[in-house]
Design a protein around this ligand. Structure first.
Ligand code: PLP
Length: 434
């Protein structure tokens, strides 16, 4: 076919100055893939052979990884599939600054090795003075594995039957804990476990008592739980997995435990996630008694769970820096959200857009049952696919697509969001959605 012969050769297209520049920035492989895809389209007759370079240039990704930034308009603050907590601008800058060579484990005064990530550890200690010491690992699951291995291997962890939880994607905490060689000593029942149940099970075999915050479900009705204060009197270490990583109480989430309160009540160690309500990077934060933290830190397994300089930078800037996007979303005023939704709907004439009330949630396995009054723009359900392709993720509810503004940062100009919606829908009309 004539047009097939006229499709320009790959090398010739790659010589286009825009593509040559992109190859220096993104790597040749990514640019070549875009060129090959454009050549295919020209061979199929979808585009003119002369526009192969233009088409390839337009299809180039903005950066060299396939992870794409998205706007979380789901109304779920900590959406696990969308990377949980978005980092603050301060944390993003800290990550970028630490990305090259950095003094993560080096003292620039003496020229000697220094404690890894001391700045991040100090930031968490200062934010939670009830903790004598802090250690940071890859995530909360890693924190629990490290505690179980270092403190209860070949011994027992005493845990309530009401706290044997599945954290998501089929991962169950009990399975994770016994994989370390520590044994579970289950006490109480699903709905009721008392301090006396724990006391009867504690003995020479006990490594520690473990309390796990039931962060993704609620047990209501005839229930009983042993307070940390009473467990602290049993004479064995008490480890509390608080889940969400609040360092101090938050009045908006009265049921959510926080590290400072739990430590003051007598917990010896607290473990938490960095990327839930703490609002930082994926990490497992371990806070508490200095001797126990040191045992965990010195355990050989700690090396396999240690965090990267990027995580340490993001964590420190999250804790020391301004309010996190998660905190701002959690406390956003419902009236302000309503007005944003109304203005956004007005900016979308001809799209059957309306401002509606909505209910946002914390998500990420946190604060189950907490409903955050919110506002959304309601759009036709058929917009869901083109908007997702444009990186705007909403929520389908009662046959409509809702864009919930509680999780859309206020700094993101809603006018820009409206233009993105317009463009996405226009592009979607050209390309049939499947
Ligand atoms: C989320 C959660 C975990 C798992 O934390 P990751 O940081 O995802 O490993 C463990 N325990 C509780 C109570 C949680 O809420």
């Amino acid at each position: 076919m004539d047009s097939r012969r006229r499709v320009p050769r790959t090398d010739a297209v790659l010589a286009d100055p825009r593509l040559a520049e992109a190859a220096r920035r993104l790597g040749r492989g990514i640019v070549k893939s875009a060129v090959v895809a454009a050549q295919e389209r020209a061979r199929r007759g979808e585009i003119a052979p002369e526009s192969v370079a233009d088409t390839a240039a337009a299809a180039l990704p903005s950066h060299a990884a396939t992870l794409r930034p998205v706007i979380n308009a789901t109304g779920v603050l900590l959406h696990t599939n969308l990377g949980r907590a978005p980092l603050s601008a301060a944390a993003r800058e800290a990550v970028l600054a630490a990305a090259g060579c950095t003094d993560v484990e080096y003292d620039l005064e003496t020229g000697r090795r220094a404690r890894r990530g001391e700045g991040a550890l100090a930031a968490v200690r200062e934010a939670c003075p009830a903790a004598e010491a802090v250690h940071v690992v890859n995530n909360n699951a890693a924190a629990l594995v490290l505690a179980a291995t270092a403190l209860a291997r070949d011994r027992e962890m005493v845990i309530s039957r009401g706290e044997m939880v599945e954290i998501g994607d089929g991962f169950r905490l009990p399975d994770l804990l016994v994989s370390t060689g520590a044994r579970l000593r289950e006490v109480g029942t699903t709905n009721r476990t008392t301090a006396a149940d724990y006391a009867a099970a504690v003995g020479p075999e006990t490594g520690f008592v473990l309390k796990v915050h039931p962060s993704n479900f609620r047990i209501e009705g005839f229930t009983a739980q042993a307070p940390v204060r009473e467990l602290a009197r049993l004479g064995v270490p008490v480890v509390v997995d608080i889940g969400s990583g609040l360092l101090a109480p938050d009045p908006a989430l009265p049921e959510e435990p926080d590290a400072a309160t739990v430590l003051r009540e007598g917990a010896d160690l607290v473990t938490a996630s960095g990327d839930k309500l703490l609002g930082g990077p994926q990490a497992g934060v371990i806070l508490g008694r200095a001797d126990l933290v040191e045992r965990l830190r010195r355990h050989p397994l700690a090396r396999a769970l240690r965090v990267d300089k990027l995580t340490l930078a993001a964590l420190e800037a999250t804790v020391r820096g301004p309010r996190t996007p998660t905190d701002e979303a959690l406390h956003a005023d419902a009236g302000v959200l309503r007005r944003r939704a109304e203005r956004l709907a007005e900016r979308l004439p001809g799209h059957d857009a309306a401002a509606v009330e909505s209910t946002a949630r914390v998500g990420g396995g946190g604060a189950p049952g907490v409903e955050l009054p919110s506002a959304a723009v309601s759009l036709p359900a058929s917009y869901a696919v083109p908007l997702r392709r444009a990186g705007v993720v909403g929520r389908l509810e009662s046959g409509r697509l809702l864009l919930d503004l509680r999780t859309v940062p206020a700094e993101l100009d809603d006018g820009e969001l409206a233009r993105r919606i317009e463009r996405a829908v226009a592009a979607g009309e050209e390309r049939p959605c499947t």
